[in-house]
Design a protein around this ligand. Sequence first.
Ligand code: FE2
Length: 232
Amino acid sequence: MTISTMTRREALLGGATLLALGAIAAPRLARAASPAVLPPLPYPENALEPVISANTIGFHYGKHHKGYVDTLGKLIEGTDFVNQTLEEVVRTTQVNPNRTAIYNAAAQSWNHTFYWNSMRPDGGGAPSGALAQRLTADFKDIDGFRKEFTAAALGQFGSGWAWLIEDKDKKLRVVRTPNADTPMAQGLKCLLTIDVWEHAYYLDYQNRRADYVAAWLDKLANWEFAEKNLGA
Ligand SMILES: [Fe+2]
């Protein structure tokens, strides 16, 4: 989109481009009648306390996420985009430099719904089952994944996202994307994400992004959601 190839390349750990990872099926999120719909939170606003306060979730979901959805609705009103799924809008506009505003609003709408589902009350800790086996195979051990995911989340300069994805070779990888960019736009299978825009943690952690990321992995990561996406 507006991000140069070099910037996108630099946004990924290991120096590989998203394009080099190849096309894979998208994660399955519930489809709505219009691409510009704010899905309900999967839990009450205070359900993630004390790691993330109801105040943060209230602003993040009720103002930021809703703002992206409302903006998308206005931008696509009267266009053919209203007949597309949100995923289709993201992929279509990602390659069109004249559609940057729609792409940003659509990608952020999708990313945030994926983020809410990447967390759960009493989550975090060590994953188990098939996901744990895959993480161990591709990151040496669970701690190896944790270190790489944390490095991506902390290493994203400015606003963005850190992701666990499955690449075209069925290998699990950690990537990071700036601003609204999403691996889904490249057709990659997203498993889990953490929002590292300041609005995700500043009310609770101020500038201590590392504390937010550590608490997120310890207490909130929704491994069941990641495993479900892995099998999708
Ligand atoms: Fe956000």
